[in-house]
Every structure is written in C-alpha cells, then in structure tokens.
Ligand binder design. Structure first.
Ligand code: NAD
Length: 430
C-alpha cells in the first residue's frame, strides 16, 4: 500500500502549530520571534569512566523554551536516537502544557544520547551526576525543575538531586520531581496522567450530553497512562472493549479485545513492567488477540491513544468508525497534522494531548510545592486538587472553542499561547 502519511520533524510541527495560533491571535513580530524558538539551550559532553576501563563521552542537552510564567519544568530523556530537535519540540510543548492548565511554570526538556539497556547501574549513575554537573548553575527549584521521562526513573532523579545538593551545599528537594515516595515524591503521581485524562473525558461527555455509562472505549497502550485511564473510566461506569500493547518477543503489537469489557486487574497480572500483555495468558482469560492496529477501527464512542506518537495519521484516520465521538489523547503527539485536518473537518471532539495528559506535570508541580514547603499531602488531597485543575482547564478550553467556533486543539493553543505572550509583554520583554 502506498503511504499517504508524511514524515515529520517534531520541532517543525510545533513551529507550524505555533504559527497558526500566532496568526489567529494576530501576535506581533517580536513575540513570534521570541516564542518560535527556545530562549536558552545547553549542549554539553558527559565523560564517563565505563566499567571496562574505557572513557565514553555522552552528549547531553537542556533546553529552556520560555520561563516568563515561572521556573521551567520538563523531563529528561535517555534515548539512543535523541536529537536536539526532539528536545526543542518537547520543551516548547511543555511551555504550552503548563500554561493551558495554568500552573506558574515555563517549559523545558533535557536528554542524553544513550541506551540505559546497555549501561550498568553505576554507569547510569555517573551519567546522571555528570548531567547535573554540566548545568548545576542553570537548573534549580527557582530556575528549572527536571523530572523523569522516557527511560529515566525515580532512582535517576534521586542521583541527580544528590549531586545538585552536593554542589550547592544545601538541601533542595524542589530541584527535581518524580522522586520516590518517602524520598520527596508525591502520592498520586502514578495515577495522575491517566486519571487527569479521564477527568477531562468525563467533562467532554457531559458537554456532549452523553452518560459515561452508555459509552464504549478502545485504548492503544497498557502502560502507566492507559492502566489508570482504564481504571477510572470503568469506575465512572464506562466500558473499555480492548487495549493494545507491544509484544517484546514477537516484535509486533496486539489488540486484546473483550466486547463485554476488559478487566484491568486480570490484565495487570499478565502484563510485564514495560506494559506488554502476555498473549497466550490473555487468550486463556477469554480475550480475542487481534493485530495491534485494530484498536483504531472499533465501533466505540471514545478512542484513547495512550502509547506512541503519530498513530493517527493519513493512513489510519479513514479507519476511525463513524460512531466515535471523542478522541482523548493520552500520548504525546499521537495525531499528525494531516490527520488533524481530517478530524477537524469531521467535527470530532478532540481532547488535545497537551491538555489531556497534563495531569502528570500538574502533579509534578504539586510535588514541587510539597518539597519546597517540606509538607506532604495525602493521596485524596492530591487527586482532589488534580481533578479541580484538570476540570477547570478543560472547561476554559471548551468554552472558548464553543464561543469562537474553534477546533479544541486550536482553542487549547490559543489559551496557552496568549497566557505566555501576555507574561512576556507584562515583563516588558516584547
Ligand atoms: P509506558 O511505557 O508505561 O507504556 C507504553 C504502552 O504502549 C505499553 O503498554 C506498550 O506495550 C505500548 N506500546 C508500545 N508500542 C506499541 C505499539 N506499537 N502499539 C501498541 N502499543 C504499544 O508509557 P506511558 O508512561 O504510559 O506513556 C504513554 C504515552 O503517554 C507516551 O506518549 C508518553 O510520552 C505520554 N505521556 C506520559 C505521561 C506519564 O506521566 N506517564 C505524561 C504525559 C505524556
């Protein structure tokens, strides 16, 4: 089959999206120039004495897109295919994500070109400490606050915190988030992204006049985001007819379908720590095992991409069933710009990624607040505050979309970009 889907550079995509919104908002030239590119970029080398006696030099990055609304916030990725443009794009998205949920933070992202699968724990620790040493003066609780991301863990965050505190000669638990609970981490962080997505979906269905208990959903992924999204959606009365996951052995994805509703507790027992479901055991539990891409063509009311980027593209978008009313984006960048145009023309109600999955960064912000004050909240308090933040962010976006007849993604961008542009103007930068 000839592919109709284009290959996209993620930084170009974020710039194209920004330019559209800058036109809608009629932004002046200086504000456009400021917001189209990151304000600061750090590119550096991290020499590491490897276990076999050689010295390997790893490339590291920290990119701060904009801090007009507060200290920057963004994860650190360890990935063999990391590129500066991916980090730039993700830093810019963090600026919009923090702004759309109205938390007083800017946007940043970091990375190291490396593959933790091929590194010992000691080597990973040296990369973490080396990363902090290179930017120790340019990150901190009131400057820029990192967090875990692709292939980085709470343990990595603790090593980084320890190095930052050693350099500065003081305790500073608010320097980094995603720490283990008991070592400065927040309760509720594990649930935050999946639950946050369902808080916004609940409001979307309310707005469409549909009861959650009358809806069916199909989900791509069964990792952190999807597991908690499925759990809360079921608690609200919805039925998930299937989830997909990547099979490490067969090197393909499968869709696990049960038309009367999947049971996350049963599935969790047969899921590995990477979110991969055992297909033979799933068959034994009464699940149909279909090709992984079947998730997108199910006759359901709600689609939840919660695995990877670029899954709804020029090739796959025509396969979405007419019954689907809401696309709730849990993954980052699951929809390509060409597919987005099709969704817009079709009148699909989209909960855009940087709104839908902002529960994670919102809870990281709560962790920062708790760490800075050295006072920790119970889980109900964290999740209650999360619901409030996500619901009010969703309502502001959907109200603007209705009033100005905007596509939901554009409405979310309009709110985020105008908040950041206003902060830049109020500070006298532009
Ligand atoms: P995860 O690694 O815990 O889970 C990923 C899931 O996707 C696994 O079940 C895996 O088997 C599945 N998967 C991988 N390749 C697949 C394929 N080709 N087809 C079908 N399934 C496949 O990841 P996560 O933390 O749940 O994150 C999922 C997405 O959400 C990512 O895009 C991530 O950037 C985004 N996100 C996550 C958070 C968070 O707090 N975890 C916050 C914001 C955004």
């Amino acid at each position: 089959m000839v592919s109709t889907s284009k290959a996209y550079n993620s930084f170009e995509v974020t710039q194209i999206q920004f330019d559209r919104i800058a036109d809608i908002l009629n932004l002046d030239a200086a504000t456009r120039d400021l917001l189209r590119v990151p304000m600061r970029e750090y590119h550096f080398s991290i020499p590491v004495h490897m276990d076999d006696g050689r010295v390997n030099v790893f490339r590291g990055f920290r990119i701060q897109h904009n801090d007009a609304r507060g200290p920057c916030k963004g994860g650190i990725r360890f990935h063999p295919q990391e590129t500066v443009d991916t980090v730039r794009a993700l830093a810019m998205l963090m600026t919009w994500k923090c702004a759309v949920v109205d938390i007083p933070l800017g946007g940043s992202k970091g990375g190291v070109i490396c593959d933790p699968h091929n590194l010992s724990a000691r080597e990973q620790e040296l990369i973490c400490r080396g990363w902090v040493r290179q930017v120790a003066r340019n990150v901190g609780p009131t400057i820029d606050v990192p967090a875990p991301d692709v292939m980085t863990t709470p343990q990595h965050m603790l090593w980084m915190l320890d190095e930052w505190e050693a350099i500065h000669g003081e305790k500073g638990p608010g320097f980094i988030t995603g720490k283990p609970v008991g070592s400065g981490g927040s309760l509720g962080r594990t649930e935050a992204t999946g639950f946050g997505l369902i808080f916004t979906l609940r409001e979307a269905l309310r707005e469409l006049g549909v009861k959650v208990s009358d809806t069916l959903a199909s989900v791509q992924g069964f990792g952190n985001v999807a597991q908690y999204a499925v759990r809360l959606y079921r608690q609200l009365g919805g039925t998930v007819i299937g989830v997909s996951s990547w099979d490490q052995v067969d090197k393909v994805s499968y869709f696990f379908r049960k038309l009367d509703g999947v049971d996350p507790d049963t599935l969790l027992k047969i899921t590995d720590r990477f979110g991969g479901i055992d297909k033979d055991k799933a068959r034994g539990e009464g699940y149909e095992v279909l090709p992984g891409d079947a998730w997108i063509e199910q006759e359901v009311d709600v689609l939840v991409p919660a695995a990877l980027e670029n899954q709804i593209n020029g090739d796959t978008v025509p396969r979405i069933h007419q019954r689907v009313k809401v696309l709730a984006e849990g993954a980052n960048g699951p929809t390509t710009p060409d597919a987005d145009t099709v969704l817009r023309d079709r009148g699909m109600f989209v909960i855009p990624d940087f709104l839908g999955n902002a529960g994670g960064v919102t809870c990281s912000y709560f962790e920062q607040v708790q760490s800075n004050t050295n006072y920790y909240w119970d889980k109900d308090e964290v999740l209650g505050k999360l619901d409030l933040k996500m619901t009010s962010a969703f309502l502001a976006v959907s109200e603007l979309a209705r009033r100005e007849k905007l596509f939901m993604r554009d409405a979310a961008y309009v709110i985020a970009v105008s908040r950041v542009a206003k902060a830049c103007k109020d500070r006298g930068w532009v």
